[in-house]
Design a protein around this ligand. Structure first.
Ligand code: NAD
Length: 256
């Protein structure tokens, strides 16, 4: 039980196939009070998440959910207020919400760039800022931001330059938070996944997928559970002296 009674907010968890959902399930298994958040969250989605987590963990779990558009700062402020009204505190934020678009830079419109930056980078900023208002008061809290290997290698697998740049911004944001808030006992870290089996890989043609897998040293795609495991490490006291770090979850596809 690495997160017993810890209030953990996980954004980007609407799909049962997502990294966010797998993180919520693993955190609940470890005793967390889980709050799942997504643009697509509604009562039906929440009920499916709750029943799947209960089926997997075989025990009563604390799972609540809120709809939030992370690109809107007022939504993020309201979300954190709702969490505090519900649980009285908040211990951890995992931001796994995001979008991906595969486009050549020459084909991107200004709107394409705005949407990408607004969700992936400004959204991460908004969520972290709202969480940090609480964390700074209580002088504790952990943040795990889900970036991407695209940030490190200049895209090239899934996602165009706007995606890679937005995720690069998430890494800089995470390091800045770690530096600014470390003296308060607040930690912030990022993970850089690649080729994790979620809806984000659905659009890849089989021959392209095969070629990418062939270039991965572990010769396979990753599971959402494997990404969730690293989030658990970073959210829990196991990583108590780790902050500002970027952890790769990529099967060795980018070793640096
Ligand atoms: N799957 C991979 O191989 C991979 C690789 C690198 C990075 N990532 C990153 O992992 C994270 C999780 O992606 P996933 O693979 O689980 O895919 P996913 O599409 O299942 O999860 C992303 C979730 O974010 C939500 N979302 C989108 N815009 C939002 C907004 N404005 N406000 C709130 N929620 C919003 C979506 O509704 C969706 O449920 C993403 O940030 C993605 O960029 C995934």
């Amino acid at each position: 039980m690495l997160l017993k009674d810890k209030v953990c907010v996980i954004a980007g968890a609407a799909s049962l196939r997502s990294i966010g959902y797998a993180t919520a399930e693993l955190f609940a298994e470890h005793g967390a009070k889980v709050v799942v958040v997504d643009l697509m969250m509604d009562e039906q989605v929440l009920a499916s998440i709750k029943s799947r987590i209960e089926a997997q963990t075989q025990k009563p779990v604390s799972v609540h959910g809120f709809r939030c558009d992370i690109s809107k700062s007022e939504d993020c402020e309201q979300l954190v207020k709702n969490v505090i009204d519900l649980h009285g505190t908040m211990d951890c934020l995992v931001n796994s919400a995001g979008i991906v678009r595969t486009q050549s830079m020459l084909d991107m419109t200004e709107k394409d760039i705005d949407v990408m930056i607004n969700v992936n980078l400004k959204g991460a900023f908004n969520l972290c800022q709202s969480a940090l208002r609480v964390f700074a008061k209580q002088k504790s809290g952990t943040i795990v931001n889900v970036s991407s290997a695209a940030a490190q290698r200049g895209g090239g697998l899934v996602g165009g330059a706007h995606y890679a740049a937005s995720k690069g911004g998430v890494l800089s944001l995470t390091k800045s938070i770690a530096r600014e808030f470390g003296h308060m006992g607040i930690r912030a870290n990022a993970i850089c996944p690649a080729m994790i089996e979620t809806a984000m890989l659905d659009g890849l043609p089989p021959e392209r997928l095969g070629a990418i897998i062939d270039a991965i040293p572990l010769k396979r795609t990753g599971t959402t559970k494997e990404a969730a495991g690293v989030c658990l490490f970073l959210a829990s006291d196991l990583s108590g002296f780790v902050t500002g770090a970027t952890i790769d979850v990529n099967g060795g596809s980018h070793i640096h």
